[in-house]
Design a protein around this ligand. Structure first.
Ligand SMILES: Cc1cc2nc3c(=O)[nH]c(=O)nc-3n(C[C@H](O)[C@H](O)[C@H](O)COP(=O)(O)OP(=O)(O)OC[C@H]3O[C@@H](n4cnc5c(N)ncnc54)[C@H](O)[C@@H]3O)c2cc1C
Length: 275
């Protein structure tokens, strides 16, 4: 049965200050932020979202834009996947994020879906998230009480659970330079419109950073696998088998995901080898 949209309430603040005030005042009947709505509409239509009061972020120009601050890239929470894919600054400084954004859904989804929404939804299959994990991004949160800067490693607290409080918005994501060569690969049923079966991002420099999506309750870094790459690829694949816990679901089986993850690790290793 489809959701009765007429029973929903929408607050439309004109500025970030007004939005944060509305969130702070709404502790009795919490407001759910709305960015591109691509996840929210699916959840509403599936009857999986109890929320009835929403906060439309679309007029908050403070959350748009992709800028730089010294050697850091600052991406507004409302930057769409299309904005990120096309941004010359992202392509130059963090090409694996532009690549990941370019593989999210089809053009319609990329033109509406935002980085903030991808982060807040917290799907273990979110395509931008392994990149933010290996880039050791900082998630910038704001409430009427001020700003909090949360390292990506501390942002997820469980399956679709985040450190975000009800009175906070994600305002931006900040990323410094990658300490080595970046690598990204998404494995899905089709090139577009398909949620990942397995997604991996990695960096190869003096040490390695490796993160996977769709193999655990959240996107995960795999520190034992990273360390074992200093020994050999085989040692790292062995470590990986003990470090991720894929599940069987409608998109794939645990055994297939584990095998694909091992193969992606091997691809990363050969494709980033310096000759
Ligand atoms: C057909 C289809 C294909 C898709 N394919 C992919 C894919 O290939 N890869 C992928 O990763 N995702 C995919 N998605 C999921 C979705 O498009 C992304 O997760 C997108 O980035 C969500 O952004 P949004 O702006 O639409 O979020 P919304 O739906 O507006 O919001 C999602 C959640 O985030 C919260 N939120 C949004 N912005 C903020 C903020 N600034 N601060 C605090 N909370 C906030 C909302 O309250 C809500 O809980 C797909 C979705 C569909 C419908």
């Amino acid at each position: 049965m489809r959701t009765a949209l007429s029973s929903l309430e929408l607050s439309q603040p004109e500025s970030l200050g007004e939005a944060l005030g509305m969130l702070a005042d709404a502790s009795a009947a919490p407001l759910t932020p709305l960015a591109g709505c691509t996840d929210v509409f699916v959840a509403l239509n599936a009857g999986k979202l109890a929320a009835r009061s929403f906060l439309d972020l679309s007029r908050l120009d403070e959350l748009r834009g992709i800028t730089t601050a010294g050697d850091r890239l600052v991406i507004g929470a409302l930057a769409t996947h299309g904005d990120i894919e096309r941004s010359p600054e992202v392509r130059r400084r963090l090409p694996i994020l532009a690549q990941a954004a370019g593989e999210v859904g089809g053009p319609q989804i990329r033109n509406r879906g935002t980085l903030g929404g991808n982060l807040a939804t917290g799907s273990p299959a979110g395509d931008t998230l392994p990149v933010l994990a290996v880039a050791e991004a900082t998630v910038v949160l704001r409430s009427v009480a001020g700003e909090r800067r949360v390292p990506f490693a501390d942002f997820y607290t469980g399956y679709r659970q985040t450190a975000l409080r009800r009175d906070e918005l994600i305002v931006a994501v900040e990323v410094g330079p990658l300490p080595g060569q970046g690598w990204f690969r998404k494995v899905g049923t089709r090139a577009a419109q398909a949620i990942s079966k397995v997604v991996m991002a990695a960096v190869r420099g003096d040490t390695c950073r490796v993160a996977f999506g769709s193999v655990a309750a959240t996107v995960v870094r795999v520190p034992r696998t990273e360390a074992a790459l200093a020994v050999s690829l085989a040692a790292a694949q062995e470590a990986l088998r003990g470090e991720i816990t894929p599940i069987d679901d409608l998109r794939s089986t645990a055994a297939y995901r584990l095998r694909v993850a091992e193969r992606l690790l091997a691809r990363f290793w050969t494709e980033t080898a310096t000759t």
